[in-house]
Ligand binder design. Structure first.
Ligand code: NAD
Length: 472
């Protein structure tokens, strides 16, 4: 598989719908054998998966380029290297994560029953991936499922078909075929998967589809992890460093052409610092893209025509003024990073998650107005990015909610492999990465073991109670 090219693989085809029930039954049955539970089995899967990914690295990078125009540099950092790193971390720490936990603060009488929490695998998992980081968002959760001792079916995003093809090959060649499978497809195939009874569904994608997943899961009382999107604000106060803010926030919109769930959806800038911030933003554009964004191999493309058109419609509907960019090309799916100054928090550019290289800037009079506006636009975004003094950024954090936050930066928190990552409220439920990936697929099973010799102590609980006195 070392010299594998995407073209060597079978064309992307949807899995026959009538085979999906059997695939589901197979991984459920495998879980029922309890052979996926021992540490040795899990470590073996992780090792084999790691080396297969290493071998397939060139094909995975090529797939990211074909699907999203990602440079090999970016695709390694945010996709392949990211997952390899997750596997190494999990492999190194798994034995420790699996250890029974003792209950805290037990009285000596309870201590005799050895109260512990055992880390049981939840069972058969369904993992549904999104297109923007097709590898990271599919295989990251799969690493968690394997580590937890679950079996799993992965349904990658059909919008990134080349990444989906390579991932299928890697899974099929490296993991236990009874325990792990890939189903390819779109709505009909995912709907069929949702007809099956799972022990956990791990979904990454839009909030609208997240609601469908949650409703279907509720029918069978299946727990869900939902990794959704949001209208993430960046707030630049009067005392922020305009150069740092401009460079860091521009980076966040060039990466993956802004198709990043945690990138800022809009930037609120204190009016007093706006001219300096815009000057620095123009400077950062010149530094990062000296020859512009078009024909720039570091800058990718919008995933498909539907998403391109959605972004174009958003840009066409704004009442704001385009300050930088605005060039687009439907044929090549090119979308220039575009800075638009808007004056109204109800502008269409702020009303929806853009999930693309749109950079709306909303001037505000002061910090309180920025906080009020952020809370009014979306009370529970996935990320929040305050720039300013410690006192100011502390005040922002204390007056808002969000899945995560990076102070004086754009989504740095999401790049720390050992920090759990997830939304809050309508940006998501549950979290993963690092230890949290193991926990997302784990049931904390409380267990006590009552020895025979404590029977004398237990006498207090047996009726008749008449002669017994309460000791308070
Ligand atoms: P999407 O919701 O369109 O698709 C995600 C997955 O759901 C795909 O595998 C798709 O096949 C499936 N799907 C689509 N419609 C379905 C339906 N009706 N029934 C069942 N399954 C269906 O999302 P997307 O366009 O791939 O990703 C963009 C969205 O995902 C953005 O909102 C973004 O913020 C969010 N996102 C969140 C995270 C996170 O970690 N929180 C990461 C990436 C993307």
């Amino acid at each position: 598989m070392i010299d594998l090219k995407v073209a060597d693989l079978p064309a992307f085809t949807h899995t026959p719908i009538d085979s999906i029930s059997a695939t589901h039954a197979r991984v459920v049955e495998k879980f029922g054998t309890h052979t996926t539970r021992p540490l040795a089995y899990r470590l073996k899967q992780l090792e084999s998966f790691y080396w297969a990914l290493k071998d397939a690295e060139p094909a995975l990078l090529e797939a990211c380029s074909l699907d999203l125009g990602k440079s090999a540099y970016e695709a390694y950092l945010t996709e392949v290297g990211w997952v390899l790193n997750d596997i190494v971390f999990m492999h190194k720490n798994l034995k420790r994560f699996m250890k029974d936990e003792k209950a805290e603060d037990t009285s000596w009488t309870n201590w005799a029953m050895n109260p512990i929490i055992r880390k049981d695998p939840l069972g058969a998992a369904l993992i549904i991936g999104a297109y923007n980081f097709p590898i990271q968002l599919s295989l990251g959760p799969l690493v968690g499922a394997i580590a937890a001792g679950c079996t799993a079916v992965l349904k990658p995003s059909e919008s990134a078909p080349n990444a989906a093809r390579v991932m299928q090959r890697v899974v099929e060649e490296s993991l236990d075929p009874e325990g792990y499978a890939v189903v390819q497809g779109a709505i009909p195939e995912t709907t069929k998967l949702l007809d099956c009874k799972w022990d956990i569904i791990f979904y990454t994608g839009s909030a609208n589809v997240g609601k469908i997943i949650a409703k279907r899961a509720a029918e069978t009382l299946t727990p869900v992890v939902l990794e959704l999107g949001g209208k993430n604000p960046a707030i630049i106060t009067a005392s922020a460093d305009p150069r740092l803010a401009a460079r860091r926030l521009l980076w966040a919109k060039l990466l993956n052409v802004g198709q990043v769930c945690v990138s800022q959806n809009y930037i609120m800038v204190d009016r007093s610092i706006l001219p300096a911030f815009l000057k620095e933003l123009k400077q950062a554009f010149k530094e990062f893209q000296p020859n512009g964004a078009e024909d720039n191999e570091d800058y990718g493309k919008v995933i498909n025509e539907r998403q391109w058109q959605r972004l174009r419609d958003m840009l066409d509907s704004t009442k704001g003024k385009i300050l930088i960019g605005g060039k687009t090309n439907k044929e090549t799916l090119f979308f220039e990073p575009t800075v638009v100054q808007v004056e109204d928090q109800h502008d269409p550019l702020l009303a929806d998650e853009s999930f693309g290289p749109l950079i709306p800037i909303l001037p505000v009079d002061n910090l309180d107005e920025a906080i009020r506006t952020a809370n009014a636009i979306h009370a529970t975004p996935l990320g929040l990015y305050p720039f300013g003094t410690k006192a100011e950024t502390d005040k922002i954090l204390a007056s808002t909610r969000s899945g995560g936050a990076s102070v004086n930066d754009a989504f740095f928190h999401a790049s720390i492999p050992t920090l759990s990552f997830g939304g809050v409220g309508d940006s998501g439920t549950g979290a993963y990465r690092g230890r949290a990936s193991f926990e997302a697929f784990t049931h904390r099973r409380s267990i006590t073991t009552t020895p025979g010799w404590v029977e004398g102590l237990l006498d207090v609980r047996y009726p008749p109670f008449g002669a017994k006195k309460l000791k308070k």
